[in-house]
Design a protein around this ligand. Structure first.
Ligand SMILES: [Cu+2]
Length: 285
C-alpha cells in the first residue's frame, strides 16, 4: 500500500510538473511564468529588483519550511516526543522580531530609489494623454494636434464572436492587436497622463514594467523610454466590464525622424476629415 501511495505522489509531484515544464518550454513564446525583462531602463531595473527580492524570499521560505518540516518529523508524537512546558521566551521573540524587521527595512532601502525613478517624469520630451473607455483607448499627443481612438483589430473582433466559425489560432496576435497603435519615438522620455471616461481601467504594457490605473476624474502620470524600435503589446489590466478582455494596447516604437514624419502625416489625415472610422467622443459619452 505505501508503495502505491509513493507512486501516486511521485506522479503527482514529479512526473506531472516535469511534463508541464517540458510542454511550457516547447511553447516558450506563449507560456511564461516570470515577469519579462522588458525593453526600458526602468523595466530592466524592475526585473533585477524583482529577482533579488524573489531569491531573498526563496531563502527565507527554505529556512522556515525546512525548520518546520524538520521539527514535525523529528519531534513527532509517535517517536515519543514530549512537549516542552514553557510558553514564553523573550530571546526567541526578540530574534524573530528583529531579523524580519531588518530584512523588511533593507528591502525598502533597495527598492526606494527605483520607486522614486518610476515617479520622476521630469525632463520628458513628449506627453501623451491616454484615456480609457468601455472598451477602447484614446491617445492624444499633447501640443501636436493629434488624437485618435485605438480599438480591437477587426480580425480579432470577428473571430471572438460566438459561433463566428473562425479559429482564433489562425488569427495573428489574437486579441492583442488594434486598428491604430500608439506610435512613439525611441530613446525619448515619454510622459503619459492617464485617465478614464467611464470606469476604472489600467494601462499595462508588460515590457514597460509599470502598470497604472486610469481613474475617472483623476489624472495619473507615468513615463517610459523605449530604446529599441519594435512593437510592444499590452492589455487593460483592471476589470472594466464585459469587454475588458477586448481593449488591447499596442505601442509601436520608431526612430525619432520616422516618428516626426508619422506625426505630420497623421495630423494631415486627421484634418482631412478622414477620422470617421474611429468612434467620436460624443458617441461614446
Ligand atoms: Cu478597461
Amino acid at each position: 500500500m505505501p508503495s502505491r501511495i509513493a507512486k501516486l505522489l511521485h506522479r503527482l509531484f514529479v512526473v506531472l510538473p516535469l511534463a508541464g515544464i517540458a510542454a511550457a518550454q516547447a511553447e516558450a513564446p506563449r507560456w511564461q511564468v516570470n515577469m519579462p525583462v522588458g525593453v526600458t531602463p526602468i523595466s530592466r531595473e524592475t526585473y533585477e529588483l524583482h529577482m533579488l527580492i524573489l531569491w531573498v524570499c526563496v531563502v527565507i521560505g527554505v529556512i522556515v519550511f525546512g525548520a518546520m518540516t524538520y521539527a514535525l518529523v523529528k519531534f513527532r508524537h509517535s517517536k515519543g516526543a514530549v512537549p516542552a512546558r514553557w510558553s514564553h521566551s523573550t530571546t526567541a521573540e526578540v530574534i524573530w522580531t528583529v531579523i524580519p524587521t531588518i530584512i523588511v527595512v533593507w528591502m525598502a532601502y533597495v527598492a526606494t530609489p527605483l520607486l522614486i525613478k518610476i515617479e520622476d517624469t521630469r525632463g520628458a520630451e513628449l506627453t501623451v494623454k491616454i484615456t480609457g473607455y468601455q472598451w477602447m483607448w484614446e491617445y492624444e499627443y499633447i501640443g501636436h494636434d493629434v488624437r485618435f481612438f485605438s480599438v480591437l483589430a477587426e480580425e480579432s473582433n470577428a473571430a471572438r464572436r460566438l459561433r463566428s466559425g473562425i479559429d482564433p489560432f489562425t488569427v495573428e496576435n489574437y486579441l492583442l492587436d488594434v486598428d491604430e497603435p500608439l506610435v512613439v519615438p525611441t530613446n525619448t522620455k515619454i510622459r503619459y497622463l492617464l485617465t478614464s471616461n467611464d470606469v476604472l481601467h489600467a494601462w499595462w504594457v508588460p515590457d514597460f514594467a509599470v502598470k497604472r490605473d486610469a481613474i475617472p476624474g483623476r489624472i495619473n502620470e507615468g513615463w517610459f523610454l523605449v530604446e529599441e524600435p519594435g512593437t510592444y503589446r499590452g492589455q487593460c489590466a483592471e476589470l472594466c466590464g464585459k469587454d475588458h478582455g477586448f481593449m488591447p494596447i499596442v505601442v509601436v516604437a520608431v526612430p525619432p525622424e520616422q516618428f516626426t514624419a508619422w506625426l505630420d502625416e497623421r495630423r494631415d489625415v486627421q484634418y482631412a476629415g478622414r477620422e470617421e472610422q474611429a468612434p467620436r467622443l460624443g458617441a461614446v459619452n
